[in-house]
Design a protein around this ligand. Structure first.
Ligand code: SF4
Ligand code: SF4
Ligand code: SF4
Length: 237
């Protein structure tokens, strides 16, 4: 069954196309030192705040699974070249997530204080917009892609600060994936981006992990329909 995969792919690629245009315009602003184009990068923050943070209390990490351009890029571009080794547990610990989030927070503070030596602009909004574009490029090239080649393509998404923020906001989300009458064939295990569903199969229960993207890849891979999305008020862990 490919019930959700086709809709999800269309949604992801549409979001990626829009974001790529915004990204290219902002990058042009950085290269040509044009603050107006630079500020366009701010739209990416708007995307993240509206799509990621505002939706997450209700839909969990729906943004990550269905809309985030970087998640989409990693998922489809690295799919063919990734070795898909299991993600080391260290990269999924709260300590590591906080470590990465702290680095980002310090860098953001440097930009807000106007001390960024790489993207100097008297226009604060332009600096922030440029910073977002800059940080996306650097983290994608130096961290997300290398890790995605060695481990699962979306390894970065296990500790990305924006994803982590969504997980924290998702404790009372209502969109879950439920498993009932599972035969434990393990087929869905290899589909999950973050090795989550393997911890829930074999019994009838709801996947309550706040890191779950609700991407429904595990749902589509289940031939007997034991795995399906549900709307419920059960708290995530
Ligand atoms: S974890 Fe970060 S990079 Fe990955 S999909 Fe979510 S917001 Fe995007
Ligand atoms: S949920 Fe479906 S695909 Fe996953 S282990 Fe159970 S029966 Fe197999
Ligand atoms: S558990 Fe299923 S819905 Fe959640 S991230 Fe994994 S594959 Fe996607």
């Amino acid at each position: 069954m490919e019930k959700y995969s086709k809709i999800r792919k269309t949604t992801q690629l549409t979001s990626l196309a829009i974001s790529t245009v915004i990204f290219a315009v902002a990058l042009y602003g950085i290269i040509t030192h044009n603050d107006f184009y630079f500020e366009i990068g701010l739209l990416l923050i708007g995307f993240i705040i509206v799509g990621g943070l505002l939706l997450s209390p209700i839909l969990g990490r729906f943004w990550c699974g269905w809309l985030c351009p970087r998640g989409t890029f990693l998922e489809y571009v690295l799919e063919k070249i990734s070795h898909k080794a299991s993600i080391p547990k260290t990269l999924r610990t709260t300590g590591f997530k906080l470590f990465i989030a702290s680095i980002m927070a310090v860098m953001f503070l440097i930009v807000l204080l106007g001390k960024n030596p790489l993207l100097v602009s008297p226009d604060k909004l332009a600096s922030i917009g440029g910073f977002i574009v800059f940080i996306c490029i650097v983290t994608t090239l130096l961290i997300s892609i290398p890790l995605g080649i060695v481990y699962m393509p979306r390894t970065w998404c296990g500790f990305c600060p924006v994803g982590y923020a969504q997980s924290l906001l998702s404790k009372n989300k209502i969109l879950h994936v439920s498993i009932e009458d599972c035969r434990n064939c393990k087929k869905c295990h290899t589909e999950c981006h973050l090795d989550i569903c393997k911890d829930y199969t074999g019994k009838s229960r709801t996947i309550e992990a706040s890191d779950c993207f609700a991407c429904m890849k595990c749902t589509d891979s289940c031939r007997i329909g034991a795995n399906k999305p549900v709307i419920s008020l059960r708290a995530a862990n």
